[in-house]
Write a protein that binds this ligand. Structure first.
Ligand SMILES: [Zn+2]
Length: 148
């Protein structure tokens, strides 16, 4: 079965167009289908995987992604982010006697985080990106997320 991988620029254009048209897309599957439909207008052989789509949308600030989770009984561990495959880093909490306590892990590139019990993404909601923070303006290390 012949298929082609769309170049980054082509894929980015399709993602932008779909996000702008839809404003909000309630699932990863729907997002993938819509982008694929748009890509096929350019070439019927184009194919795209969910992870590539999600990575590009996140890493190039094309969409805002809300991740819904399920908490498992398994302990979390350092490794690749399940959302975008970037490395994760440890989350610490400073206790009164200055001992650092490990709280979990967060992705270095996207909003994914997990507590001591591993959280697994179960749903992604893609929405229009609001104001984009300029890359020169550094935010506080953990300013972009809060524990629920
Ligand atoms: Zn990530």
């Amino acid at each position: 079965m012949a298929y082609r991988i769309p170049p980054a620029k082509v894929l980015e254009d399709s993602i932008r167009r779909i996000i702008r048209e839809q404003q909000s897309i309630p699932s990863q599957r729907q997002f993938t289908e819509l982008v694929l439909e748009d890509l096929k207008k350019k070439s019927p052989d184009y194919k795209v995987g969910e992870v590539r789509l999600r990575r590009m949308a996140l890493h190039r600030n094309l969409a805002r992604v809300v991740i819904q989770y399920r908490e498992t009984r398994e302990p979390s561990h350092k490794g690749r982010c399940p959302v975008c495959l970037s490395p994760t880093e440890e989350l610490h909490n400073q206790t009164l006697d200055d001992q650092k306590v490990e709280l979990g892990f967060k992705c270095t590139k996207c909003p994914y985080w997990t507590g001591p019990r591993k959280r697994v993404p179960v749903r992604y909601i893609f929405t229009m990106q609001g104001a984009i923070v300029p890359p020169t303006k550094k935010r506080g290390k953990y300013a972009q997320w809060k524990f629920a």
